[in-house]
Design a protein around this ligand. Structure first.
Ligand SMILES: [Zn+2]
Length: 372
């Protein structure tokens, strides 16, 4: 009889999937790895294209969705980025940039209760392949961050991503001059809007030595640094990122698991891995979410945060990513909350912004405790 009661009580305390998802959705969350282009869903694309007279293969959102995001699995990075050919057409003017960012804030961030997002952006317009320049882009991005905070209470910061495959092809003398110019241009926006720099794109075929000058200059000027490494490429790329490019965080970094010495080094340096479960699954880097090496990271004390990468591309949200991790690794609600809140510690936000975010999380926890 006593045993029955214990069993009943235990069952009563196991949260249902609905309860877990509800908790995760209501949680104030931070997303530290989210690309602007990969956050544009079909509804947003149609809305922007119609407003700015941009040519699309269809103006029916459901058809566009099937066309660009349809296949649930891709086999190459090239295939993964195919929708970008269409989505990049939307950035026709600074006004369109503002509308895109505000839509991302409203749909992808506010609706999922993400209170802070570090959006990755490329140096759009910098190489002259655009009807407006990079300075105009920077202004539009900053205005949208202000507007998003004022309208939705969502804090948006940007990370400038250097695409390996674009800048890697430029002769070194010109490239290094461009890097200095890029940093000059974003410096006035640091740390209010631009909080860091990143290296992204194809890991294979481009030597990361070509970017050392950029990251040393950025670090000397006080910018925070994260590098996409060890996603498709080997552990040696992560070594290079932390030792030579001065990375404080690593985008993905899954393949760190192949090198115990690297795991120990990441733990010692408190270098967090930005784990994006659905993105890794879509690319076929892991057979399933449960195959992510999170247990090894925990065992060696390597910090990690959960992010979305390209939520529209991967048809996900931050709540969904946290839910998948909770279910795949059998975590309790308090364990997943601890992981979710740890993003605050590893964010590149300045001290004042972190203080604001911390008080919002504490307020949530206080209200929740008093409610239960
Ligand atoms: Zn990414």
């Amino acid at each position: 009889m006593v045993e029955d009661k214990v069993v009943q009580q235990t069952l009563f305390h196991i949260p249902t999937d609905a309860k877990v998802m509800n908790e995760l959705r209501s949680l104030p969350k931070l997303d530290l790895h989210r690309h602007i282009t990969g956050s544009i869903d079909a509804e947003t694309a149609v809305k922007i294209a119609a407003k700015y007279n941009v040519e699309l293969p269809t103006y029916v959102a459901s058809e566009l969705h099937d066309l660009i995001y349809g296949p649930g699995k891709v086999s190459t990075l090239r295939q993964y980025f195919e929708p970008w050919d269409i989505l990049n057409r939307l950035f026709v003017s600074p006004e369109a940039v503002r509308d895109i960012i505000m839509e991302i804030a409203r749909r992808g961030v506010v609706e999922d209760n993400v209170i802070y997002a570090e959006l990755r952006t490329s140096p759009r317009g910098f190489l002259g392949h655009s009807s407006f320049g990079f300075e105009e882009f920077l202004k539009a991005a900053s205005i949208s961050a202000e507007e998003s905070e004022r309208t939705y209470g969502v804090i948006i910061r940007y990370i400038l991503g250097i695409p390996r495959h674009v800048f890697g092809k430029i002769p070194s003398r010109n490239r290094n001059k461009m890097f200095a110019r890029l940093l000059d241009m974003i410096e006035p926006f640091y740390p209010r809007y631009f909080v860091g720099v990143d290296l992204n794109g194809e890991e294979e075929g481009t030597k990361d030595e070509r970017f050392q000058v950029f990251f040393r200059m950025a670090s000397d000027r006080g910018f925070n640094i994260t590098v996409h490494a060890g996603e498709v490429g080997p552990a040696s790329h992560i070594w290079y990122a932390v030792d030579q490019l001065r990375a404080q965080r690593i985008g993905h970094g899954l393949r760190a698991v192949e090198d115990v010495r690297l795991l120990r080094t990441l733990a010692e340096r408190n270098c967090a891995l930005e784990i994006c479960p659905s993105s890794n699954k879509l690319l076929g880097l892991v057979s399933g979410i449960e195959a992510l090496p999170l247990k090894s990271f925990q065992e060696y004390g390597v910090p990690f945060v959960i992010c979305t990468d390209n939520p529209a591309r991967c048809r996900t949200s931050l709540s969904t990513e946290l839910f998948k991790i909770t279910k795949s690794f059998g975590l309790s609600l308090s364990e997943i909350k601890e992981i979710a809140f740890s993003s605050l510690k590893y964010s590149f936000a300045d001290a004042q912004t972190k203080k604001t975010l911390r008080s919002r999380i504490e307020e949530y926890c206080r209200l929740r405790d008093s409610f239960h």
